[in-house]
Design a protein. Structure first.
Length: 149
């Protein structure tokens, strides 16, 4: 395969990964209480979501995430104790997105659904990368007592 063809394929793959909304889900081999801890406790979030997390699961509370040395400030938008945590985060001004983590009981454990939606749309809005959530959910499944069912 020619180098130009490889470059064209790489560019096409990158465009498919850049979207305005990313949805992912998996089943955790854990009860809802343990799964809630994994998505609402900063120490647990640091094990699978970000290098550093400063977050209190209270609506309106400020949040801060550090991912690969990049600061992402945000705010807790919605909390349904034991079921749902939603927060905003942004890489830079104007690049804000809403992240929704939703838990539901299911056969074999607890289903976690992750939806990240870009809040600003249009040609100049920055893209979301789907592969980031794939990596994050793999990390979550590796947590102790949270194994893919």
């Amino acid at each position: 395969m020619e180098e130009a063809e490889v470059d064209a394929i790489d560019e096409l793959i990158e465009r498919f990964e850049q979207v305005e909304r990313v949805e992912r889900e998996t089943v955790l081999d854990a009860d809802e209480e343990r799964a809630w801890e994994a998505i609402s406790d900063p120490a647990e979030l640091e094990r699978w979501l970000a290098d550093e997390v400063d977050l209190e699961p209270v609506e309106g509370a400020p949040a801060r995430f550090e991912v690969d040395g990049e600061e992402r400030p945000g705010r807790v938008e919605r909390v349904v104790e034991g079921r749902e945590l939603a927060f905003t985060w942004s890489r830079a001004p104007g690049e804000e997105s809403l992240v929704e983590l939703v838990l539901a009981p299911c056969v074999g454990g607890t289903r976690i659904s992750v939806v990240e939606t870009r809040l600003r749309t249009g040609a100049d809005a920055p893209p979301l990368l789907m592969s980031g959530w794939d990596d994050g959910l793999r990390g979550l499944r590796r947590l102790a007592h949270l194994v893919l069912a």
